[in-house]
Design a protein around this ligand. Structure first.
Ligand SMILES: O=C(CO)[C@@H](O)[C@H](O)COP(=O)(O)O
Ligand SMILES: [Fe+2]
Length: 210
């Protein structure tokens, strides 16, 4: 694509007791967006944060809060997250996507759809081709649920196919991205890179964008 990808540190790897200062540290060094993983302990076997935490963080930053919903019934989260100040609302492919997209937009958030490693790429086409489309596709490069897992390079085929079909779509990759994998994702066509453990584990998260 030839553009510098956006970097979205996953706050899941931050020190939650110091969320505001951790966010500031990332924004000062490297972050374009802050990636917020919302997990309900049901859709995935991990429980993280919800609207109250987004609301608290919003008081400390104007940054784009890129919320990745790993929950059963994401529609129940639209209103509270909209009120809390979320910027992006990315849900995993599900049947009632039309209503979901409409509701997300009505709360002034940016809708996105996420693909687990086992989800076929064809499943997102209707959501991107719709008259009321999602504005981003998130390609998961690990199984959802936890930070610090190993990048799955075979997911780059999905990124390449999506980039070819949708030249101006935002394509985000999420899971196991770091110095040795970011280049592979960017050259496949990803223009938003989520990086959790690699950024928070680094003494210096780096000033480079990619
Ligand atoms: O959505 C998820 C995990 O389900 C991610 O956003 C991870 O939190 C990314 O962390 P790293 O793999 O970069 O450590
Ligand atoms: Fe995520």
């Amino acid at each position: 694509m030839g553009v510098t990808p956006k970097i979205a540190p996953s706050m899941l790897s931050s020190d939650f007791a110091n969320l505001a200062s951790e966010a500031k540290r990332m924004l000062d060094f490297v972050a374009d967006w802050l990636h917020m993983d919302i997990m309900d302990g049901h859709f995935v076997p991990n429980l993280t944060i919800g609207a109250p935490v987004i609301e608290s963080l919003r008081k400390h930053t104007k940054a784009f809060l890129d919320c990745h919903l790993m929950v059963t019934n994401p529609i129940d989260y639209v209103e509270p997250l909209g009120k809390a100040g979320a910027s992006g609302f990315t849900f995993h492919v599900e049947e009632n996507w039309q209503e979901l997209i409409q509701k997300i937009k009505s709360k002034a958030m940016r809708p996105g759809v996420a693909l687990k490693p086992g989800t076929l790429i064809e499943e997102v086409y209707p959501l991107v081709d719709s008259e009321n489309p999602v504005e981003m596709v998130l390609v998961m490069t690990v199984e959802p649920g936890f930070g610090g897992q190993k990048f799955m390079p075979q997911m780059m085929d999905k990124v390449r196919v999506l980039r070819k079909k949708y030249p101006s779509l935002d394509i985000e990759v999420d899971g196991g991205l770091g110095p040795s994998t970011i280049e592979m994702a960017a050259s496949a066509g990803a223009n938003c890179i989520v990086a959790g453990s690699s950024k928070f584990g680094a003494a210096e998260p780096g000033t480079e964008k990619c």
